[in-house]
Design a binder for this molecule. Structure first.
Ligand code: GLN
Length: 540
């Protein structure tokens, strides 16, 4: 039977609860335990699919095609596991389920209420997420204690804990200890209030994890322990560290995993964090630094492209390098020579995106890369822009466009990127994309094949438009290598320029599958191209 670790937060949001949960998962895995995660998101959206990445960060796509909270990305990367639809539950899903059951008459005329019906649905979702029987199920509640929308989840956690044996569940509470800059004082009052709030809701934390700028002094630990009804060793300190990858070690050094395992009566094996430490060291102390440009639409907030930034960092660390990514707002590249903005970079990446805004800036940047030999990696929308650029400037179709960029009925002869299903029909906004893992067969002569080392690969998708199959031959005739295709439908999955230049684009999002200890092969190949481009620039 699985053991459950609940993680709640207090004082402020965006404290790094996801990273702490993911770190704990990693440590427990390194002790030989099977772990899984559940993220409970109190917002009303059914999933993160329709949420603006500017507000909420990246939409993380799972193998089974769920559009989830970016914390699932932390979990997958840190613990090196694969999660799915059941591992992220929102209020919208819970209410949707309860309301559907009400319409079906499942409640036999009862009054349908938050308690018991909504709360029961949440408890069921927790059990469902643990259906594969992990040794440890980590359940993180989004938001902070006291949020109105979080209350049904808090009540569900309370009941869940009540129904379990003491040694089957543990509750960790994460808080911020704000510092006063003038007096260099760390304040505990908000944390105390947060502990109080938790008690009001009938929850008792077993451990308190404190985020602060500075390491915690002993008197402070004792004070917090006293007010939180804990022993001092159960107050854990996570000060600002070099990088987030230092968090697992920080928790482990304070015996968090050992204390949790003791409480949950799990085998007291040793954690082996050495490969992880090496990775963190490589990130913190690189031997060289290179700089690349990423041209996107949510450039103001790196969290909108979280997995991409991570995939680049993993590949760079493997080469003992740091790759600085300068996010450039796509519109800045409109109507100006790309050289003015892109000179001096060792690579260009065009990430996924939606809508017309910024499209011509991206096309402009890609042209520059193609013409000057700058290593280029296009992801999803990046592939679509690369096809349009190639059509316009190489295939002699200056009017080439994407159906996504035209308001009315696009002229099919000019539309190189098209909607294959729902042709011409308005589509609803949520849940209508090609999502999740899709197979791709690689051309054996391609750079992509060389990178992956196998012919049949699978990557996660999240898009609505496709390269128009009717244009594929034209692209080929003008020298573009269609390096990957879906083995069943023949849809274009990857393209590249043959020859020396690294100019590769994929319709998928390989960034979702990169791991700190297992950098993604395509990103590694891209990184090698970037490093040699930087060498060339240095020697010339
Ligand atoms: N907007 C494009 C599509 O829907 C690309 C999506 C993406 O980059 N994820 O096909």
């Amino acid at each position: 039977m699985s053991k459950f670790i609940f993680i709640t937060g207090g004082v402020v949001s965006s404290l790094g609860k996801g990273v702490v949960s993911a770190s704990l998962g990693l440590i427990l895995r390194s002790r030989g335990l099977k772990v899984s995660f559940l993220k409970l998101d109190p917002y009303l959206n059914r999933d993160a699919g329709t949420m603006n990445p500017y507000q909420h960060g990246e939409v993380f796509v799972t193998e089974d095609g769920a559009e989830t909270d970016l914390d699932l990305g932390h979990y997958e990367r840190f613990a090196n596991i694969i999660l799915g639809r059941v591992n992220n539950v929102t209020t919208g899903q819970i209410y949707g389920e309860v309301l559907d059951r009400e319409r079906r008459g499942d409640f036999n005329g009862e009054t349908v209420q938050v308690i018991p019906h909504v709360v029961d649905a949440i408890k069921n979702a927790i059990v469902r997420a643990a259906r594969n029987n992990p040794d440890v199920m980590l359940v993180e509640l989004g938001g902070t204690i006291g949020d109105i929308e979080g209350m049904p989840f808090i009540e569900a956690i309370r009941q869940f804990i009540l129904e379990k044996n003491r040694n089957d569940v543990i509750l960790l509470h994460l808080v911020l200890l704000p510092g006063l800059p003038v007096s260099h004082e760390i304040k505990t009052k908000p944390a105390q209030h947060s502990a109080q709030k938790l008690r009001e809701c009938g929850l008792h934390m077993n451990m308190l994890i404190c985020r602060s700028e500075e390491p915690m002094r002993e008197p402070l630990r004792k004070k917090l322990a006293l007010y939180s009804n804990l022993r001092p060793e159960h107050v854990i300190d996570v000060p600002d560290l070099r990088v987030i990858y230092d968090v697992p070690d920080c928790l482990h050094r304070q015996n968090l995993d050992a204390m949790i395992c003791r409480h949950l009566e799990l085998p007291e094996t040793e954690a082996d964090l050495s490969p992880w430490r090496q990775f963190s060291e490589a990130v913190s102390n690189p031997q060289r630094t290179v700089k690349i440009a990423a041209v996107g639409k949510y450039a103001g907030m790196a969290d909108s492209y979280k997995s991409l930034g991570e995939a680049i960092l993993h590949a760079a660390a493997r080469r003992q390098a740091r790759c600085e990514v300068n996010w450039i707002e796509a519109e800045a590249l409109e109507g100006v020579p790309a050289a003015e903005i892109l000179a001096g970079y060792a690579g260009l990446v065009i990430p996924g995106g939606f809508g017309y805004r910024g499209a011509s800036g991206k096309v402009n940047a890609i042209r520059f890369a193609r013409e000057t030999g700058l290593p280029f990696l296009g992801l999803c929308y990046g592939l679509q822009c690369a096809v349009v650029e190639f059509a316009r400037n190489v295939c002699g179709a200056p009017g080439a466009t994407s159906a996504e960029w035209s308001d009315g009925d696009p002229d099919p002869s000019q539309t190189w990127i098209t909607l294959l299903d729902n042709q011409g029909k308005a589509t609803p906004r949520g849940g209508t994309l090609r999502l999740g893992a899709q197979p791709c067969r690689l051309d054996r002569q391609s750079r992509a094949f060389k990178a992956y080392g196998e012919e049949l690969i699978s990557e996660r998708h999240r898009h609505r438009y496709e390269v128009d199959p009717a244009k594929v031959n034209l692209l080929r005739q003008h020298g573009l290598l269609i390096s990957g295709q879906n083995p069943q439908s023949g849809l274009v999955e990857m393209i590249e320029l043959p020859g020396e230049q690294f100019f590769v684009a994929t319709q998928a999002h390989p960034e979702f599958k990169s791991r700190p200890l297992y950098p993604h092969p395509l990103f590694l190949a891209f990184m090698d191209a970037i490093l040699s481009q930087a060498d060339k620039a240095r020697n010339s």
